[in-house]
Design a protein. Structure first.
Length: 518
């Protein structure tokens, strides 16, 4: 085994050289070198790059992240333009001697990138797949304090769309793997790094890729976005390190009100917009019942051990001991009230509703006959079934004359949509008896020795579906400690993470991959 080198730290920060913005290829990789005086020969071919990379120092994750943020890969609902980002990242991999391939989709400039680090010759272990999306949600530029595509560093935080979700995780993972390669590492199996498109929406995401190119992404286990690394109330001390074993079940409801269409000079009492607005206002105060599952119970037990807040710990233990639904609901409300991460913990307790799209009318002098609201819902696997949640919402809305439908695929009946949701709801959590889960656990103990490690439920969704359908275990981490303000910035304004947390998160990913060195 090659002796493992680690980057030097000074005052808690990585000792980094400046990254030459916009430089790709071998020269760009050489500019990342941070120790040992390593140089990567300019113009090195991919075949020679693997050997040359052993002489170069590790890659700076902050520089990688700033470069990634600089590519505008906004996805407005029908895919993004990911080709320039993929072409640059492909050159980074090839200059490290790693074969990489761009997989075009039928949508122009919307592509996947697959890099494959060959494992030890003769290995029979199925590959480890690292899955990270390159597309990001759109920005409201006028509501950002900085350019969302500049990678601005301010007050110890790096800002930009994708800084948290999930170019930051991609940068940490790529930097960690390149550090191993710079040390001449060999792994006990192939490591596939899939940078996918259409994770945020679109027709050509991981589902399309696995249907058309399964041979390129067949593997034994998958690691992607997910588990949060939460800080104590001081916003910096690591408190809870989580790895997600499940995602919540994603589904949409459509609410529609109907009324009389007429000239706007003669308002009618059955206004569709007014009726729907009143119904939505009331529905906004409705909370689904709390459900604790094997996974969420383990999470909240770990949070009770991890927090420095004695009142929160007491509320958590009260919730975990509740013997009636009424006492469970009351304790859960107290947990959310006391938590430094109230929105996250509320989401882990029950099916959630978010009112995301509202549309009605087409002309200012016409009262429309219909008004519509899209409600995005996330159910807990093993908790309340989506079909039961739908029934409860219909019951509430029927008395108001509001039609409630569940959004399904084109040509799909409601029962077919619900049957598919039943299947996802019943999908068991990923096995904890795998090399990847154990590697994540061991890396947590080594990198964050004062924090508590636990498996968890991811309140959002990921690209893992195609692998989970085949019974392949998949897990998730965002490998940097965050605070609640940063968590809210996910898909919001001024998205950002701590620079030092990114550096430590890269150390964490390095330790995860170290468990697979031959």
């Amino acid at each position: 085994m090659v002796q493992q080198q680690r980057p030097e730290r000074s005052g808690g920060q990585l000792n980094r050289r400046a990254f030459v913005a916009g430089v790709g290829g071998a020269a760009g990789l050489a500019a990342f070198a941070t120790h040992a005086g390593g140089q990567l020969r300019a113009g090195a071919t991919p075949g020679a790059g693997r050997a040359a990379s052993a002489a170069a120092g590790p890659v700076d994750p902050l520089s990688l992240l700033k470069k990634m943020i600089g590519f505008d890969t906004q996805n407005f609902g029908e895919g993004g333009k990911t080709r320039p980002h993929s072409e640059w990242l492909k050159s980074v991999w090839e200059d490290a001697g790693v074969p990489a391939e761009i997989i075009p989709t039928p949508q122009p400039d919307n592509v996947h990138l697959i890099a494959r680090i060959p494992g030890r010759a003769g290995s029979t272990q199925k590959p480890l797949l690292l899955l990270g999306h390159s597309d990001v949600v759109p920005v409201e530029r006028e509501n950002w304090s900085v350019d969302p595509f500049a990678g601005t560093v301010k007050d110890g935080e790096v800002y930009g769309r994708g800084a948290l979700d999930m170019k930051g995780a991609n940068a940490a993972s790529v930097a960690a793997l390149l550090r191993h390669l710079s040390e001449g590492a060999e792994f006990d199996r192939d490591i596939i790094v899939l940078t996918d498109c259409d994770e945020e929406a679109g027709s050509y995401g991981s589902g399309w890729l696995t249907q058309n190119h399964w041979d390129k992404v067949d593997c034994g286990m998958v690691l992607t976005e997910g588990g949060w690394f939460l800080a104590q109330s001081d916003k910096t001390t690591p408190m809870l390190i989580t790895v997600t074993r499940q995602d919540k079940v994603y589904f949409n409801l459509d609410l529609r009100a109907r009324g009389t269409a007429t000239h706007s000079s003669k308002p009618m009492p059955d206004s569709a917009i007014v009726g729907l607005s009143r119904a939505v206002a009331d529905l906004g105060d409705v909370k689904a019942p709390v459900h604790l599952t094997e996974v969420t119970r383990a999470y909240f037990e770990a949070l009770a051990r991890a927090t420095d807040d004695r009142k929160l710990a007491s509320a958590l233990r009260l919730m975990l001991k509740a013997r009636s639904q009424r006492s469970l609901e009351r304790a859960a409300d107290l947990v959310v009230k006391l938590s430094d991460y109230p929105y996250l913990h509320a989401a882990l307790l029950r099916t959630t509703m978010a009112f995301v799209i509202e549309d009605a009318g087409y002309k200012e002098n016409v009262i429309p006959s219909e008004a519509h609201v899209r409600v995005n819902c996330r159910g807990i696997p093993g908790g309340q079934k989506p079909r039961d949640f739908l029934a409860s919402i219909r019951s509430l809305m029927d008395e108001r004359g509001i039609e409630v439908t569940i959004a399904g695929a084109a040509g799909e009946t409601e029962e077919q949509t619900l049957a598919a949701l039943d299947k996802r709801w019943a999908t068991p959590p990923a096995d904890m008896n795998t090399a990847l889960f154990q590697g994540i656990s061991q890396a947590s103990v080594k990198t964050y020795p004062g924090a508590v490690f636990t498996p968890a439920l991811f309140e959002a969704g990921t690209s893992l579906g195609p692998w989970r359908e085949k019974g392949i275990p998949g897990y998730g981490v965002y490998p940097y400690v965050i605070d609640n303000d940063q968590l809210i910035g996910m898909h919001g304004n001024d998205e950002r993470i701590f620079v030092e947390a990114l550096a430590t998160g890269t150390d964490f990913m390095y330790e995860v991959f170290a468990r697979f060195r031959a």
